[in-house]
Write a protein of this length. Structure first.
Length: 148
């Protein structure tokens, strides 16, 4: 099983986001009570670091495997403030090598995590992603559980 889970957390002073990875599970921690407009820069830095050190890959339409070192479309995941006044809690857009997530500027992780986690679960169920964990390819259909 393959999962990405966002959790509100109490982090070190001045730290707004962090991450951990285990077999089939990527956990992203975001400082509780902080509005998205303030945590997005830190979260984007955290996701950049995560993808550079973790082992996640995207399979594009033609079967091409996209990694962070892809020469034309390096794998990245970015958050931005939604451009819409009446924004959805989470809007996910996937492109070759890029996942863009848009959230309302004043939403806290506590407010968006339930929708975000459900949306990402559905997103991963599309079968475009896998994790290479100590030589084992983990997909949404892999046996075993990814405990949060």
């Amino acid at each position: 099983m393959l999962r990405v889970v966002y959790q509100a957390a109490t982090l070190k002073a001045g730290q707004l986001s962090d991450w951990s990875e285990s077999r089939g599970l990527l956990t992203i921690y975001v400082a509780q009570g902080v509005p998205a407009k303030d945590f997005i820069p830190s979260l984007n830095d955290t996701l950049r670091e995560c993808l550079s050190r973790a082992h996640w890959y995207q399979i594009w339409d033609d079967g091409e495997i996209i990694s962070v070192s892809h020469p034309e479309s390096p794998l990245r995941c970015t958050y931005a403030v939604s451009p819409f006044e009446q924004a959805l809690p989470v809007d996910i857009r996937e492109h070759k090598g890029h996942v863009a997530l848009y959230v309302p500027p004043m939403a806290t992780i506590e407010e968006i995590a339930p929708t975000l986690n459900t949306s990402i679960e559905e997103f991963l169920a599309g079968g475009r992603w896998f994790q290479l964990w100590h030589g084992e390819i983990i997909t949404v259909d892999s046996p075993g559980s990814a405990a949060a």
